[in-house]
Design a protein around this ligand. Structure first.
Ligand SMILES: [Mn+2]
Length: 410
């Protein structure tokens, strides 16, 4: 199977409809200013890879550095009018860093007809401030560009009037549209294809980073150049480090390999964890823990439905984990509070929202509604046994309950 996502993109109608959904949450006479951002400097003239600010991207689908989106709610008009600011085409610079978007291409991606050049931004921001419009921004954006806007606003006597739209945007981003779900399914398909290749290549004494290389190689071959996060590959005792950063060890015969990984498609993440016996056969302890974690995942799935919350799913899943750990003798049968002791083995939350960010924006207290997408990852880590792991699949909340988007490991 070969799913090519190199040109996967959501249609402009999706961005138009998102801007329209935002308009009801914006007060009259407001300018929403969102920044695409700039790759941070790694050292001297070397930059880290560029990924656009996700809130900016959510409303226009543009992935070119430093672009700016302004959404104007003029007077009592119902809909926001959109302007996008981009760099001009510059053949000399493009020799070094690649082709820039033309105005036509930017318009085709975003569905915005008013495309302007960044050289006009200062003047236009000045006019917006002079006109007395209220500025709205995303306060979670800590880019230099937003700091510039803050400075400009501070020069006026209206600094306190700026409003933060991040909470409204979070509510929109928490519920996925059918096209977003399709993008997530596609990202999952790429991840599952790569995991299949890895499974065929597992062998004792392979190095952890060989597993990373296989997975990331398969993603890149399919056009997922940037993944949801750097793949985690941890063998043996290293499985006791959740975000193990140095995958250089050999994985001995009889050890487990923890993989936590995810390709992207159209900007959307997948997030899947697998626990493999590197020699292809789990021993009795490894099998017992695997079965308990799968049992926890079943509990979590049953607990994910409209009306549930992150905390209610956590509570139900921990109960299953605590009962299972008692059964396995990890928690003593005489322990009066197995649920409290379970925290020593169950280190992280059972689930998180997933979307443009792998740990997607969310209001943690909000009850689940259909269309929310979660990565569900019960994990149990037993230092006394020298290993632990999580098994993670992606799930959507439906009208009556929840459904897997990925194919669970068995
Ligand atoms: Mn996860």
């Amino acid at each position: 199977m070969f799913t090519d996502v190199s040109s996967y993109r959501l249609p402009q109608s999706e961005y138009i409809s998102r801007r329209n959904m935002l308009s009801s949450k914006v007060e009259a006479n407001t300018a929403v200013v969102l920044f695409g951002g700039h790759a941070p400097v790694a050292s001297l003239d070397e930059a880290y890879p560029f990924l656009p600010n996700r809130t900016f991207f959510y409303f226009c689908g543009i992935e070119q550095e430093d672009s700016v989106l302004i959404l104007l709610k003029e007077g009592e008009k119902d809909l926001l009018s959109a302007r996008l600011y981009i760099y001009p085409r510059e053949p000399e610079k493009e020799k070094w860093t690649g082709r820039r978007l033309s105005k036509e291409a930017a318009s085709e991606i975003s569905g915005i007809s008013d495309i302007r050049l960044l050289e006009d931004l200062k003047k236009d921001i000045g006019e917006i401030l002079d006109s007395g419009m209220v500025i709205a921004w995303d306060e979670t954006d800590n880019s230099h560009a937003r700091a510039y806007l803050e400075q400009e606003l501070a020069k006026t006597d209206r600094f306190d009037t700026a409003t933060d739209i991040s909470a409204s945007v979070t509510l929109l981003r928490m519920v996925k549209s059918p096209l977003e779900v399709e993008a997530i399914r596609t990202a999952i398909r790429v991840t599952e294809e790569a995991l299949e290749v890895l499974e065929q290549n597992l062998r004792p004494d392979m190095r952890e980073c060989e597993a990373t290389a296989i997975l990331e190689g398969e993603y890149i071959r399919r056009g997922s150049l940037f993944q949801s996060f750097p793949t985690i590959a941890a063998g043996g005792e290293n499985t006791l480090c959740l975000h193990y950063p140095t995958p250089k060890a050999l994985i001995p015969d009889g050890a487990m390999l923890q993989i936590d990984t995810g390709a992207r498609a159209g900007g959307y993440c997948s997030d899947i964890s697998r626990a493999y016996a590197v020699n292809g056969k789990r021993d009795s302890r490894q099998q017992a823990l695997f079965e308990l974690i799968c049992e926890c995942k079943k509990t979590a799935l049953a607990a994910i439905h409209p009306g549930a919350t992150i905390e209610s799913v956590n509570i139900e899943t921990r109960k299953t984990a605590a009962a299972g750990l008692r059964e396995l003798g990890v928690i003593s049968k005489s322990e009066p509070d197995a649920l409290a002791v379970c925290k020593n083995y169950y280190w992280h939350n059972t689930l998180h929202h997933m979307g443009l960010d792998v740990h997607d924006v969310c209001d943690r207290e909000m009850v689940f509604v259909p269309g929310m997408v979660f990565a569900v990852e019960p994990g149990i880590y037993i230092p006394e046994w020298g290993f632990g792991f999580r098994v993670e699949d992606d799930v959507i909340v439906t009208a009556n309950g929840s459904e897997y988007l990925s194919h669970p490991q068995v």
